[in-house]
Ligand binder design. Structure first.
Ligand SMILES: Nc1ncnc2c1ncn2[C@@H]1O[C@H](COP(=O)(O)OP(=O)(O)OP(=O)(O)O)[C@@H](O)[C@H]1O
Ligand SMILES: [Mg+2]
Length: 383
């Protein structure tokens, strides 16, 4: 929510924040602002202050005292203004012209506006072939969401050879089988205290090393698990979905968003074509499957336009190629947001988040994907 700005300033900040937040402008008079803030309940207020706007410090104080988050922007880093803003309860003071810093402040401080009681979004990162970077994207997307104070659970559905625990360098204490067995008893707090946690705060669910347990998990279990998790998290990020076996189909069917991930090489694009064809035959909604070009290199002979033409739709999401940074993070079990928050690759991954916020989510299709393929119904209560 933007406060204390003229039209030009507002337009400028709106543009700066377009990939980071949904921006609204306060329309009321100064004395009504605290009440409006309460009723709109935005993730944060961005207040523009000058030395001749003393009333705004009172507003900052009122919003902060009511539990709101205030980020102050100003033309100059005047020590007096900084001091007054901080005294009034502002979390951050940013130069108006420093859009990068403002985006970072919003990402760091703004609260998620995904309301309690709403269902979270299941996002599957689906590689068009092996090795395209699905796990790297899934783990770091989860990290970026966590950093924005979104409640996120990262699920590794590769029940035998999953990589997520290794990428995050954590032991898998509580497994998918454990959650399935206790789903009826677990409330949000109990679940959060049971699942494995990365130090960034991401909750992680993977399979234990017991092969016989993995063998017991079937499509309907996966469907039930994802439904359960979306009642408890803002986002459920799913990795380890390969091809179109029963488990994969249940995961795809239970996802509101599928990022089909490709790279600029013939096998990945060719497989991508086949996957899209299958998604089409299975009557996916327009909008659920998004194409994601990973390791994007502009100079590649297989250009982004060629990939888009081959697949019959333009590619709007790209992630830069940065092998050295990424492999170092993977080998150390750390997230890109922790070690290189400003790197291009990190920002590209963070840039996916606004496309996943609920208002942009496609409507759930009533018909089940599994049902379409196998002529049977998924036990998830929605079919
Ligand atoms: N954007 C990127 N830039 C540079 N290297 C990348 C990028 N994304 C992934 N990689 C590298 O590609 C390799 C494979 O990544 P990752 O394991 O995430 O792929 P995957 O699709 O999960 O593979 P698998 O099919 O084995 O599950 C890793 O070495 C990783 O560092
Ligand atoms: Mg993987």
């Amino acid at each position: 929510m933007l406060l204390g700005m003229d039209d030009a300033q507002q337009a400028d900040l709106r543009l700066a924040l377009k990939d980071v937040a949904h921006v609204v402008r306060s329309k009321t008079s100064a004395d009504q602002i605290a009440a409006e803030y309460k009723s709109l309940n935005p993730g944060a207020a961005i207040v523009s202050v000058h030395s001749d706007t003393p009333a705004l410090f009172g507003i900052i104080h009122n919003i902060s005292a009511a539990g709101g988050i205030v980020i102050v922007v100003s033309e100059t880093k005047d020590p007096e203004l900084i001091l007054r803003s901080m005294r009034a309860g502002a979390r951050e003071f940013v130069l108006e012209s420093d859009h990068e810093e403002l985006r970072l402040a919003v990402r760091t401080h703004a609260k998620s506006t995904v309301g309690a009681g709403e269902l979270g979004q299941v996002v599957t990162i689906f590689g068009s072939k092996g090795g395209v970077g699905a796990t790297a994207i899934a783990t770091n997307l989860a990290g970026a969401m966590q950093r924005r104070n979104l409640r996120v659970c990262l699920v590794d559905l590769d029940l035998y050879l999953g990589d997520v625990l290794a990428f995050l360098d954590i032991p898998g204490s509580y497994s998918i089988t454990d959650v399935l067995a206790n789903m009826n008893r677990l409330d949000r707090d109990l679940l959060a205290s049971s699942v494995t946690k990365h130090r960034s705060g991401i909750n992680v669910l993977a399979q234990s090393s017991k092969v016989e347990e993995a063998e017991q998990i079937k499509g309907p279990d996966v469907a039930a698990l994802l439904e359960f998790l979306r009642r408890n998290y803002d986002f459920v990020i799913v990795d380890g979905v390969r091809g179109f076996d029963e488990i994969s189909l249940a995961a795809l069917d239970g996802s509101q968003h599928v990022f089909m991930t490709l790279t600029q090489d013939v096998p990945a694009v060719r497989n991508g074509q086949r996957c899209l064809e299958l998604f089409g035959r299975l009557q996916y909604d327009q909008g659920r499957v998004k194409l994601l070009l990973n390791r994007y290199v502009k100079a590649s002979k297989i250009t982004i336009e060629v990939v888009g033409e081959t697949l019959g739709q333009p590619l709007t999401h790209t992630i830069s190629n940065d092998f050295l940074l990424l492999i170092d993070a993977i080998n150390r079990g750390v997230l890109l947001t922790e070690v290189a928050p400003r790197a291009r690759i990190t920002q590209d991954i963070e840039g996916l988040i606004p496309h996943l916020l609920p208002e942009r989510a496609p409507r759930m299709r009533r018909q089940s994907l599994l049902g379409t393929l196998f002529g049977k119904k998924v036990v998830d209560g929605t079919t």
